[in-house]
Design a protein around this ligand. Structure first.
Ligand code: GAL
Length: 645
């Protein structure tokens, strides 16, 4: 398609036919180019076992097609109908405590259920046969937000699948015992048959078992995608396939999943009550572009205004939906879709905003729907264009999972830690890619590695080579403490990165959490680069040749290195052993070694991104600000054509 995607989830089965004509009229008025159809339609498409009813979907697809609207057709497998779950309760997922999750909401199935698979495959086959070559078909939308509500399933069928997964990974039980360190607490297994998912236990579970269950669960959900995609590829060749991600979502290793998708799409719901929403959203958009390997991606769902699933659901202020839509386009999206087209009048999402609100077309929200459609239709020249970043942040699902485990030296909020670095670069208008461990880094000048706690030897070597070849490598605390089996590397933490960084980490000393009784707790501070309070983490760092740029102040760590820099090969490797409040100074000290130095200062909340033929200037503050190209009103956004260089 040579236009941007614009539209949303369209659920006509919730409405009488009279409304369908009105939908098409309003979609045409709003410049909708794509509708996502069928996401929760299983019960309407197969009202009884094996009885398929496609007439209504034929009608809808024809109406959309006649109006020139393309279709992102969902496989409808996200919510099995009650007849299926009651006839086959074995499909239901089970929690760690042994509670079987019931019907009445959605996603009530195990990704490992062979019965679910059989029924879902049959439905997908029917859909693909019927619509796989339809001229209006733009893309296939597999399932919906895989793993969203059921990240792990602990059922018996899942236990069997987990054992199969472990057998494929380790081959022999001895290798599993070695990897899991089962000499500890008499956890040794004689046979794969003895292994269970990590169901509720008296205390700390085996860390490698927990990690393997996270890996297995991510793969199990990817398996749901894979099974459906195989049918679609067979029966509907050439039509691209996606499934909608959930931004930074812990349940799926999206690096692995992205190898299997034809294009990346993701949902993102800003929280207008969170002052940090522009940064969080930018970070998510940059992750999606990175998962897509730099190709354009689709913002598959966002809310036109309030959602219905927070404690208090704030509306999105005037201007913000537009600015955030343009932020996604600026950061590589080729489409802006919303949940949903017409606001439901029944069901648990009736208070969730939609492009056509309850109050109808003469409303602020429908005017917003129309205005954005008109604006996006003029941005055709951007479709397909790519961005290029010179800075990368390493992002690792495996480390995220490990940071969630108990029995760690301290609970680290991994996303928060990554976000702190991201925010400083965002404030300086520096575009960031995310990279997975072991990824090729030669195109970057600066690579930051925050809290990648579990890294294998290959991933450590890539970082070392990057610095020696002239790159600026920044390693944050809690990196490379564990290998891929979560075994500690002895002789000081960091393993081979000790030579790269010119330091050794001997001991951890995280500051105490704030006292619940309100008493004083010992704080942490640093002196030198990034001087001032520091949070989250402290540790005993022994220099092995690195230059000390700042030191800890007070307590056990007093006078010991907090930030260091090592000249290594043609590059430099920085080590940052805590989270200084003044991270900005640290980033400003690093950037001059790259071509990114001296970004022009901008008013607070202003974001500038260039993509393809345009420069986007966004004002995320409520008041008018001065920009290089004139004043910009609160929550305003300006698009300017760049003069070709
Ligand atoms: C998403 C989901 C949609 C809808 C939306 C509401 O997670 O994919 O179906 O529930 O949230 O915000």
């Amino acid at each position: 398609m040579d236009a941007l995607w614009y539209g949303g989830d369209y659920n006509p089965e919730q409405w009488p036919r009279e409304v369908w004509g009105d939908d098409i009229r309003l979609m045409t008025r709003a410049g909708v180019t794509v509708a996502t159809v069928g996401v929760f339609s299983w019960a309407h498409l197969e009202p009884e076992d094996g009885l398929f009813e496609f007439a209504w979907l034929d009608d809808i697809i024809d109406r959309l097609h006649t109006a020139g609207i393309r279709i992102d057709l969902a496989t409808a497998t996200a919510s099995p109908p009650p007849w299926l779950s009651t006839a086959h309760p074995d499909i239901l997922p089970v929690t760690a405590e042994g509670v079987t999750l019931g019907i009445g909401s959605r996603q009530h199935y195990s990704p490992s259920s062979s019965t679910y698979r059989r029924y879902a495959d049959r439905l997908v086959r029917e859909l693909a046969q019927r619509y796989g070559t339809h001229p209006a078909l733009e893309a296939w939308h597999v399932n919906n937000e895989l793993a969203c509500h059921v990240r792990h399933d602990f059922s018996d069928e899942s236990a069997v699948a987990f054992r199969g997964w472990l057998t494929a990974r380790y081959g022999t039980i001895d290798r599993l015992n070695e990897a899991w360190g089962t000499s500890f607490w008499a956890q040794r297994y004689n046979d794969f048959e003895q292994i269970l998912p990590p169901r509720a236990m008296p205390t700390f579970g085996n860390p490698t078992q927990l990690l393997d269950f996270d890996r297995f669960s991510s793969d199990a959900w990817l398996g749901v995608f894979r099974a459906e995609a195989a049918i679609l590829r067979e029966l509907s060749p050439g039509i691209p396939i996606t499934t909608n991600y959930m931004s930074f979502f812990i349940g799926g290793d999206y690096w692995a999943w992205s190898e299997e998708l034809d294009f990346i799409s993701s949902d993102h719901y800003i929280d207008p009550a969170d002052p940090d929403y522009p940064v969080r959203a930018a970070m998510s958009r940059d992750l999606m572009r990175s998962l897509a390997g730099g190709q354009p991606w689709i913002l598959m769902e966002q809310a036109p205004s309030a959602v219905n699933w927070r404690e208090r659901n704030a509306p999105i202020p005037r201007g913000v939906h537009r600015a955030m839509s343009l932020q996604a386009i600026a950061r590589g999206a080729d489409g802006i879709m919303q949940f949903q087209w017409r606001q439901s009048i029944a069901g648990s999402e009736k208070f969730h905003s939609a492009m056509v609100p309850h109050a109808g077309e003469d409303t602020r929200i429908f005017r917003q729907t129309e205005a954005l459609g008109a604006e996006l239709s003029a941005l055709g020249p951007i479709v397909g264009s790519r961005l290029s970043a010179r800075v990368a942040i390493l992002f690792d699902w495996q480390s995220w999972w490990v940071h969630q485990q108990r029995a760690m030296p301290a609970t680290i909020d991994y996303i928060d830690g990554v976000g702190r670095w991201y925010r400083e670069l965002w404030k300086m208008q520096v575009l960031v890619d995310f990279v997975r461990p072991g990824a090729e880094l030669s195109g970057y000048e600066l690579v930051i590695v925050p809290a990648a706690v579990s890294l294998d030897d290959d991933a450590r070597s890539v970082l070392d080579r990057f610095a020696r070849a002239g790159g600026q490598l920044v390693v944050g605390y809690m990196t490379a403490i564990l290998d891929e089996n979560l075994h500690v590397t002895t002789g000081g933490y960091l393993g081979q990165l000790q030579q790269t960084l010119g330091v050794r980490v001997d001991e951890f000393a995280p500051p105490a959490a704030p006292s619940l009784s309100g008493g004083e707790v010992p704080g942490l501070a640093v002196d030198g680069l990034g001087a001032g309070a520091a949070r989250d983490w402290g540790e005993v760092v022994t220099p092995l040749g690195a230059q000390v740029l700042s030191t800890f102040v007070g307590g056990l760590l007093d006078g010991m290195p907090a930030i260091t820099r090592n000249e290594v090969g043609d590059g430099r490797a920085w080590y940052v052993a805590t989270a200084p409040d003044d991270l900005e100074s640290v980033v400003r000290a690093i950037l001059p070694a790259t071509t990114l130095s001296d970004p022009p200062p901008q008013a607070v909340g202003v974001e500038i991104v260039e993509r393809g033929p345009y420069r986007f200037t966004l004002n995320h503050s409520a008041s008018t600000v001065a920009t290089e190209t004139g004043p910009l009103e609160g929550y305003g956004a300006r698009i300017e054509a760049l003069t070709p260089r």
